[in-house]
Ligand binder design. Sequence first.
Ligand SMILES: Nc1ncnc2c1ncn2[C@@H]1O[C@H](COP(=O)(O)OP(=O)(O)OP(=O)(O)O)[C@@H](O)[C@H]1O
Ligand SMILES: [Mg+2]
Length: 325
Amino acid sequence: MKLLEVRNLKVFFPIKDKLFGKPDKFVKAVNDVSFHVEKGEIFSIVGESGSGKSTIAFTLMGIYRKNNGDIVFNGKKIENIGDFDLLRKRIQIVFQDPDSSLDPRKRVRDIIGEGLKIHKIGTKAEINRKIEDVVEKVGLTQDILKKYPHELSGGQKQRVGIARALILEPELLILDEPTASLDVSIQAQILNLLVELQERLGLTYILITHDLNLVKHISDRIMVMYLGKVMEIGSTAQIMSGPLHPYTKALLASVPVPDPEKRNEDEETLTGEIPSPLNPPEGCPFRPRCKYSMDDCWNELEPIEMKERIVFCHLYKEHENSGGV
Ligand SMILES: Nc1ncnc2c1ncn2[C@@H]1O[C@H](COP(=O)(O)OP(=O)(O)OP(=O)(O)O)[C@@H](O)[C@H]1O
Ligand SMILES: [Mg+2]
């Protein structure tokens, strides 16, 4: 069952010209992106910095406004402010850096309970009971509730961030680089906690990350993005062991391996710079960096669907609708 469906989403940021203050250019942070998330799955969004991953998250949360496209949550099209208010409760987010996302002036009890207060859920006693429950769920002890963020370790802070998101019993949890700011030894603990919570509470996650090693182990499906566009979508096994798009292939080949000498010499790694998002290439945005680039790649491309996967690449045009690769 589809929990979330995003169709042709566009989110553009105006860049004001210095002289007159009028927007004269746009960063097309998310440019015609479509995907869906199944109830109960871990759906990962991967791509290099600036590809538009967080912008999608912030737009789903109603923090950024969409320029175009549809967001459908639980079968309901999200259109007006009231719909987004509802979505803000049903979708919660865990940010990369707990240091900047936890208010340093508040005690942990107030940080975790804030969402319930904002949404006016429960009496004081009920709120306290929920806070104490969720603290246990994320593997913390009750004495943490009276502490301030600066008294906590990095891992504890991120557990507080997760507790704050979980207390509203969201249907969808967005994890935006949830382990990137943590020490390597703590990363695994937080990851295990997230996987355990997902299984135990039947949660649905959107996991946003640069780290392909991380998605490999825990996600069900992956969407690869580049400069605001989707490159391909498929199951984790399909993407990891049989990437189609040259960008995905290069991204996978750039993942550090324990023994670099064993790397296949033919593997294409990422070369060249990411073009400016203010002036993205016409057609396929990966075209200037792609070794298979051809004349066709200057043209816009419709999604090519093959065996439950979707790829945006002219190399596969002949396979369109053939059901095979
Ligand atoms: N509020 C904003 N105003 C203007 N431009 C923005 C804003 N937020 C994001 N952008 C631009 O939109 C593009 C996509 O940014 P976004 O933060 O979504 O990328 P990302 O994939 O999350 O990157 P990272 O991996 O570095 O977090 C970038 O070019 C970024 O500079
Ligand atoms: Mg981001």
